[in-house]
Design a protein around this ligand. Sequence first.
Ligand code: ATP
Length: 295
Amino acid sequence: MKYSFTGDTMQLRVPAKLNLTLDVLSRREDGYHEIASVMQSVSIFDQLTLRLRPEPGVTLSSSLPFLPIDQRNLASRAALVFLQHTGQKVGVEISIKKRIPVGAGMGGGSADAAAVLFGLDRLLHTRLSEKELATLALTLGADVPFFLLGGTALAEGVGERLTPLPLAPRCTLVVAKPRYGISTPVLYQRFDQRGIHYPPATPALVQALRRPMTAAQLAGLCSNAMQEAAVEELPAIGQMLQELTEAGALSATMTGSGSAVFGIFARSSTARDAVTAMRKAHPGCFVSLAGIIRE
Ligand code: ATP
């Protein structure tokens, strides 16, 4: 995570994630699903400003007027959890420039929450251990600990058990999101009804990452077990996957529980042409180039 300070103010830039693979392994008694996934930070960022205030309380503003600004916002909740845990009697003003599309399966809310935990720990000189920060992060959501780590990582359990992996190969990605999101509970329900047909894909990618690999090899190993159920639920996802392939992507895959999809391209010029074509075909929809990053 990139950050800079000026006195009591901190600016942070937190990257989105893509699930290069997503296996749904089983449904637990408590209703949660055990997964295995290779998660990857990519160069689409939210920008946060944190300001310390003498008077207690957490306030939040964001560039998207439809996002909640109270405790329903994961970034506000992260600040409250942090202040309560550390017993610090200060106030925090959070301002977020949202660039990560909302409801995309790119972990935007989780990214913001992780940035707040990471930022407050530095601003307040509380020096929590990595383990303590990760434990706090997990109370906010299964994906939040990944954003403290970044880079390429294997996520297991409900997504919280993380193992850093060698970085995925350089390649150009195109990320696109249909106008509408997809409800995660509804998607899991449909997925459970269909049954699990996929052999897990994550072990093969984890193995392959241990050696130098090409973008084409990476593309051949990306998959998402929930993609077919998601396409049934929201055909626009299937449409965008097809458009990415037709525009020359080596592979096209949905991230998380959607609704964003990503194409892996061998050449950046082909990827740029794909962005132009898809922006024209889907005015107002999120379509962006992205790269793989270490942060
Ligand atoms: P994931 O990949 O973890 O499933 P997502 O990308 O599908 O997440 P988010 O963009 O994190 O989903 O947002 C999902 C919901 O969370 C939205 O309904 C939104 O109102 C709420 N939310 C709360 N805080 C935030 C935040 N800081 N940024 C974006 N969404 C937020």
